[in-house]
Design a protein around this ligand. Structure first.
Ligand code: ADP
Ligand code: MG
Ligand code: MG
Length: 884
């Protein structure tokens, strides 16, 4: 049992807010804090989050010790407001509010006006000259309590209200008279008795216990569970419960309720932004029953809206509110999102929290607050969630443009793109080659689609999740992608895309919104990202605080240029196989693979050499002396094998082999588990001529580029020190040959990926041959967890739901397991070689939580897709600041 079952706030209660949001919930902590600095907050008490777990441990019952304490909490409030809970003449009413560590707006339950019954309602009525007020409060209470605590359908009550309004010819509930409302209360009670077989509870203490239990219960409601899953909130946190004296915005024309932001959450501009309603209560403003009005005159005028702004209708209270906002901003040093109520001209604050904002607003607010002297630059760096930068780095759809939505899938890779529908990668490459914008539409994509995906403006798939091939590759390339659009199907015969009963021909224009998952017919106008101004300022500050370097995974000239533009300090992973898929090269690659002997392979490699050299020279040129890590050939050979007849014929012609021989060779090379098969350094060892060709291409290109180029050559899929030693000897021999031929040398380093558990464990020996380690966390995750990423979609969701892994381990590193191997490898590697350079180059390299982990392990750099470089720069700066 926690030592304190409830924590009072208001009056001279010692401020409990230091206990923090984890204990009091965000709402409770902020109410206590506001009360502590003398802001007008109705007094109350917080039942802290640990009680939520106790409630569930007891099988969904309130602990007796807590029940006994409630009277004490009520006494605290009663003393401050001079009213008495359950009194027939001067009754105290309270709200019972939920509030977790982080805000989950509208996900959990709240009950207002608690403490009303057939007797106290008369006492409440005597407190106001407005005859409607008490009965309005009572009918609201019965509906809310019945819904939240008794589990009755709220439609039952809403229907009764509508019938009453029709009956009386009233268009709004504020048009109903006290007599109408009183009659409605009678009807509501009859509904409760009829559906429940029991009277509406009249005992205020019973009501209170019921409401507290219901708020705890709402923590595990379906919608709260879904929200938690989407936002990575652990179930173990629990909710706190705040019990607080009611104030009334429904007392008449001098009363009101509203919500406000201290700055514009869409643009970041420094102006009050919000809405209010006169003679209203609680959620009326957001419920949409009545149209709320603007707070400020300027906002009302800008919108051309009718109805008085609060500034016009209640100028004195508005001025007080504006001043309150200043105080809140000075105190919290951040934009606040506030709930307030005006009771007969007196202003009360009911909630404050840091206001949710768009990426653009987040940047503007952070920069403005530095200029205003509210925060320091390092704090501005901590203020912006790196993940939201994604919204800013891609062209986005013009919000003002009309949209004709034809399908919706998963928002797999952000950004917007328009183009002609194409149904296969060859067509995509061909039409894009003619300068056309195309959208590649596939059931799902495979590595063979790389060229088509690259050529396309955007990618749409019928199947696959957020970590499917299409999604991962599209994010890596910065291509917008909508994956798993279940409603679409592809007819390759007719060459059409079908959505429901409609079909769209190849060539028709569609637009994808990778941030929302929407697919639209026709071209929707876009707006380009803004990389100067606030963005550049914040990134500048981030770079000052960052320790780890940020590199990009890039091999095409376009990706390398994007990487440099986004501030990458090098290439952490250039995948040479991606260059093998080009139309004029793939045939030589296939010829090489299919050759039965070394001389055949050498002949094919001879043809690939100039192309590879040119690729590398181009990368070195664009990277202008920044470090470049080139990985030697890695993937399973089957990814290159011809599968269709036409492709086999092509290879037969290029190699002079008979078609039958090609077919046989393809069959021979079939592997039952290619990901664990003949790939990576296993290829480089069994076919050293591949290593030779690639090393030669690298050295020749580096010599050609000159100017401080210092290639880092990376050997993939090493499990043992001997493997690295063997490949290394071939590279070194080739280097010596090339340097002798050219009469010039350049410095270079040979290192390895650490992507197998054995390599991590034996890192001490491997480091004897390695100048650097790069953690290939995609394969290291697959091999450590024994989960194939491409097949994980079927069960991983259920695994995350069941709490087996807290997040998708292919998105955010499994720091407990895979992370332990990384830590161990880092330690053992550095034990052998003090200055061993360490980096990470998996998809995880762009994930802020993983980057934080890399900082704690003292890695030298992270490498991620070019489009995530700014995110990584910011996340690395935050990680360094957190560590400091
Ligand atoms: P949520 O977390 O869903 O916003 P809240 O607990 O904030 O739920 O309450 C819902 C509404 O009820 C808010 O508009 C809030 O301002 C109002 N409210 C809560 N407590 C009181 C109170 N003591 N007096 C008046 N209004 C209240
Ligand atoms: Mg609220
Ligand atoms: Mg790998």
């Amino acid at each position: 049992m926690p030592d304190r079952l409830l924590l009072p706030f208001g009056g001279s209660a010692p401020s409990a807010h230091q206990l923090g949001k984890a204990h009091l919930g965000g709402k409770g902590a902020n109410l206590a804090e506001m009360a502590g600095i003398g802001l007008p907050v109705p007094p109350g008490f917080v039942i802290p989050t640990p009680l939520c777990a106790l409630y569930y441990d007891a099988g969904g019952r309130l602990p007796d010790a807590l029940k006994a304490k409630l009277a004490e909490g009520l006494a605290h409030i009663e003393a401050l407001v001079g009213m008495e809970f359950g009194s027939a003449t001067n009754p105290l009413l309270v709200s019972v509010r939920s509030g977790a560590r982080v805000s989950m707006p509208g996900m959990m339950d709240t009950v207002l006006n608690l403490g009303l019954n057939d007797v106290t309602v008369e006492g409440l009525a005597s407190r106001s000259a407005n005859p409607r007020f008490a009965w309005d409060s009572y009918r609201r209470f019965i509906q809310m309590y019945s819904d939240v605590v008794l589990g009755l359908d709220h439609y039952l009550f809403e229907d009764a209200l509508e019938i009453m309004k029709d009956d009386r010819g009233a268009s709004l509930d504020t048009d109903l008279t006290a007599e109408d409302l009183k009659a409605l209360v009678g009807q509501y009670q009859a509904i409760v008795l009829k559906t429940r077989g029991e009277e509406f509870p009249q005992d205020p203490l019973e009501q209170l216990e019921g409401a507290v239990a219901a708020v705890f219960g709402s923590w595990r409601s379906e919608r709260a569970a879904v929200y938690r899953r989407l936002n990575d909130i652990p179930e173990s946190w629990g909710t706190a419960v705040t019990v607080q004296a009611m104030v009334f915005g429904n007392m008449g024309e001098t009363s009101a309720t509203g919500v406000a932001f201290t700055r514009d959450p869409a643009t970041g501009d420094r102006r009050i932004y919000g809405e209010y309603l006169i003679n209203a209560q609680g959620e009326d403003v957001v419920a949409g029953i009545r149209t709320p009005h603007y707070l400020t005159l300027s906002a009302r005028e800008a919108a051309g809206a009718r109805g008085q702004s609060m500034e016009e209708a209640m100028p004195a209270v508005f001025a007080e509110l504006a001043e309150m906002f200043e105080r809140l901003e000075t105190h919290y040093r951040d934009c606040q999102d506030i709930e307030f109520t005006v009771q007969e001209g007196k202003l009360w604050l009911l909630q404050t929290r840091s206001g949710k904002r768009t990426a653009k607003a987040a940047l503007k607010m952070a920069c403005d607050m530095v200029d205003e002297g509210l925060i320091e630059a390092d704090e501005a760096v901590l203020r912006v969630d790196p993940a939201v930068l994604d919204q800013l780095l891609h062209p986005t759809l013009d919000p003002a443009a009309p949209r004709d939505i034809i399908a919706v899938g998963l928002p797999a890779s952000p950004g917007a793109a328009s183009g002609a529908i194409v149904l296969d990668s060859e067509t995509a490459a061909e039409r894009a080659g003619r300068g056309e914008d195309v959208i590649l539409v596939r059931v799902e994509t495979s590595p063979e689609d790389i060229a088509g995906m690259h050529a396309a403006r955007g990618i749409l798939t019928a199947r696959g999740g957020m970590t499917s091939h299409a999604a991962v590759v599209a994010r890596g390339m910065g291509r917008p992608c909508v994956s798993g659009a279940g409603g679409i199907s592809i007819d390759m015969e007719a060459r059409t895309l079908k959505i429901g009963s409609k079909s769209f021909r190849e060539g028709e224009i569609v637009t994808l919104d990778g941030a929302s998952g929407e697919v639209m017919l026709g071209r929707v106008a876009t707006v380009e990202p803004e990389l100067s101004g606030d963005f550049a300022r914040l990134m500048g500050w981030a770079d000052q605080h960052r320790r780890m370097k940020v590199r990009a995974n890039a091999e095409t000239p376009e990706d390398c240029r994007t990487a440099v533009r986004f501030g990458a300090e090098g290439v952490g992973l250039a995948r040479t196989e991606h260059m093998f898929f080009g139309a004029e090269r793939i045939v030589h690659v296939r010829a090489m693979i299919l050759s039965a002997d070394e001389s055949g392979r050498r002949a094919a490699l001879e043809k690939l050499l100039p192309a590879q050299r040119a690729d590398f020279a181009e990368i070195f040129r664009i990277m202008e002396g920044r470090p470049v890590t080139i990985r030697l050939l890695d993937p399973p050979l089957h990814e290159f094998l011809p599968s269709r007849e036409a492709e086999m014929a092509e290879v037969a012609e290029a190699t002079g082999l008979a078609l039958g021989a090609v077919r046989r060779r393809v069959a021979e090379l079939h592997e039952s588990n290619p990901m664990l098969g003949h790939r990576g350094c296993r290829l480089l060892i069994t076919f050293p001529e591949i290593t030779e060709m690639q090393a030669r291409a690298i050295f020749e290109a580096a010599l050609e580029a000159g100017g401080g180029v210092e290639p880092e050559i990376m050997v993939p899929l090493v499990a043992t020190a001997r493997e690295l030693e063997l490949v290394k000897s071939v590279i070194e021999r080739t280097a010596a040959e090339v340097f002798a031929e050219k009469g010039k040398t350049i410095p270079y380093t040979i290192g390895t990926m650490i992507e197998l558990p054995r390599a991590a464990l034996r890192a001490g020996e491997i480091a004897e041959h390695a100048g650097f380690f790069s953690f290939g966390t995609n394969d290291l995750t697959q091999t450590t967890l024994g989960i194939s990423r491409d097949d994980a979609a079927r069960f991983l969701g259920a695994y995350v739901d069941a709490g087996i892994y807290p997040r998708d381990p292919f998105v955010s590193l499994d720091t407990d397991g895979v992370g332990e191997l990384i830590g161990l490898a880092a330690e053992r590697g550095r034990g052998t070689r003090a200055g061993l350079k360490l980096g990470i180059c998996g998809e995880h390299g762009g994930d802020p939580a993983t980057i934080q982990f890399c900082e704690t392990q003292g890695l030298d750099y992270v490498s991620c897709s070019p489009w995530r470089v700014p995110i990584a720069r910011l996340a690395a700066a935050q990680a360094a600041l957190h560590k400091a």
